[in-house]
Write a protein that binds this ligand. Structure first.
Ligand SMILES: Cc1ncc(COP(=O)(O)O)c(C=O)c1O
Length: 435
């Protein structure tokens, strides 16, 4: 049991970790040095089986935007799912059609007319790409932006990262330089310096493959690669290039949707209109559901059964979609995200200022990354894991580091000012123990 995690003072958690190590393949989880064993969750708090309370700065993996056991969400979810069948395969329910209608009306974007349900983000990405391929079947080349994360399965995995076994996939650069991601005050200069690099790359791509490019897939910001948030002109450039070259533009908003960036959708914030937008995570507040929403003429190229599977669009998934939309109509979720964002930014910048091992801070809305570096003989990865562990001991739950050295700060969007400040204070105390 070489992957067994045991933490002093946690006898019950340790027992459960032992059973997990025996019966669950370690590949099932992303490594997190704390392996919190949760017994209860409410709002922005999690309790471990020893009864210790932790502030949740992870929201699952940016899933529980409304926090845990949100009373209005749970009541609406019960209302919409009561008495429903377990499956709606080859049948329809009112919940399913109204969930689709409301979700699309909420998007309020002329190009986003029709959807395909999916039971995971990566499955929705694959369906989006299938639709684009059916729409222009004579084209072969798939363009993806480098270091993106679209999932691990099939075509989603092929377009993730920086290289692919799929001979039709080509990667283009995504802005990760300091100029683009760290100096927003100097926007004009930044655009003058960096924009020509991306324009040249797109021109070369067009020259190399002229009419053979079927789709371009990107995400608003690089999440898994370590929280790199590009300037707006970058996505606008991609959008225009796709329109001019008749390439289907797919935006992966699985993580960014429903307010994470401070706008309901990142495509609104970045001022773009993709042909297909893929939504996941927060749209079900934890229920496994995702969607690809796009232009009807693209989505309708898939015939009966070509995008169907056992669980997609099942009654409980649709009940969650409706319940989430109900809450967003009543509670100022996105507005709260905007209010809390500068508090997080200030708190993280303070850490950057006061601790030598903090290299940089990047983010927007309530999705932030704090990059650490090697310090006192420890590698950046060791420092990052130690930060997660010490925060846990202080009473703050973080997910395992992104790209080995970036701490992800992404609390539920409904977090209060007071708890945010408390969480940041716990991070500060944890970091103090490391100097
Ligand atoms: C931007 C993005 N795309 C795709 C995925 C894959 O979604 P799933 O894990 O639900 O397949 C994720 C998951 O983290 C994501 O963040």
């Amino acid at each position: 049991m070489e992957h067994l995690i045991q933490i002093e003072g946690e006898p019950k958690s340790n027992e459960i970790r032992k059973i997990a190590a025996k019966y669950i393949g370690k590949g099932h989880k992303t490594y997190t040095p704390t392996q919190l064993v949760t017994e209860k969750a409410e709002g922005v708090y999690l309790w471990n089986v020893e009864g210790r309370r932790l502030i949740d700065f992870a929201a699952g993996v940016l899933v529980a935007n409304l926090g845990h056991n949100h009373p209005e969400f749970e009541a609406a979810y019960q209302k919409y799912s009561a008495g429903m069948p377990r499956s709606s395969y080859n049948t329809l329910t009112e919940q399913e059609v109204y969930a689709a209608k409301r979700l699309i009306e909420k998007l309020d974007c002329p190009r986003l007319e029709k959807l395909l349900w999916a039971d995971s983000g990566s499955a929705a990405i694959i369906k989006a790409m299938w639709a684009a391929q059916h729409y222009q079947p004579d084209k072969h080349i798939i363009v993806a932006t480098r270091y993106g994360f679209h999932g691990k399965k099939g075509l989603a995995g092929d377009t993730t990262g920086e290289e692919s076994d799929n001979p039709n996939v080509r990667f283009i650069s995504f802005p990760i330089c300091d100029y683009c991601t760290l100096v927003p005050e100097d926007k004009k200069r930044q655009e003058e310096v960096c924009r020509p690099i991306y324009e040249t790359e797109l021109k070369k791509l067009q020259q190399a493959y002229s009419d053979d490019i079927v789709l371009l897939i990107t995400e608003p910001y690089l999440g898994a690669h370590g929280s790199f948030h590009p300037p707006k002109w970058y996505h606008q450039l991609l959008n225009r290039w796709c329109d001019e070259n008749n390439v289907t533009f797919i935006l992966d908003e699985i993580q960014s949707c429903y307010g994470r960036t401070g706008e309901m959708y990142a495509f609104q914030k970045y001022g773009i209109e993709p042909d297909i937008v893929v939504l996941g995570k927060g749209i079900g507040n934890g229920e496994p559901v995702a969607v690809a929403v796009g232009r009807s003429e693209i989505i309708d190229t898939l015939d009966y059964g070509e995008a169907s599977d056992t669980y997609s669009g099942n009654p409980r998934a649709c009940a969650a979609i409706l319940a989430v939309l109900d809450v967003y109509e009543k509670v100022l979720v996105v507005e709260n995200c905007r209010k809390i964002s500068p508090i997080i930014e200030t708190g993280l910048k303070r850490l950057e200022n006061d601790f030598e091992f903090v290299a940089s801070v990047r983010g927007e809305g309530l999705v932030w990354g704090l990059e650490v570096k090697a310090y006192k003989g420890k590698s950046a990865a060791e420092i990052a894991n130690e930060c997660v562990y010490r925060c846990y001991k202080e009473g703050l739950h973080l997910m395992g580091p992104l790209a080995e050295k970036v701490l992800r700060i992404s609390p539920p969007l409904i977090i209060s000012e007071e708890v945010t400040r408390k969480g940041l204070q716990l991070m500060y105390s944890a970091f103090q123990q490391m100097i």
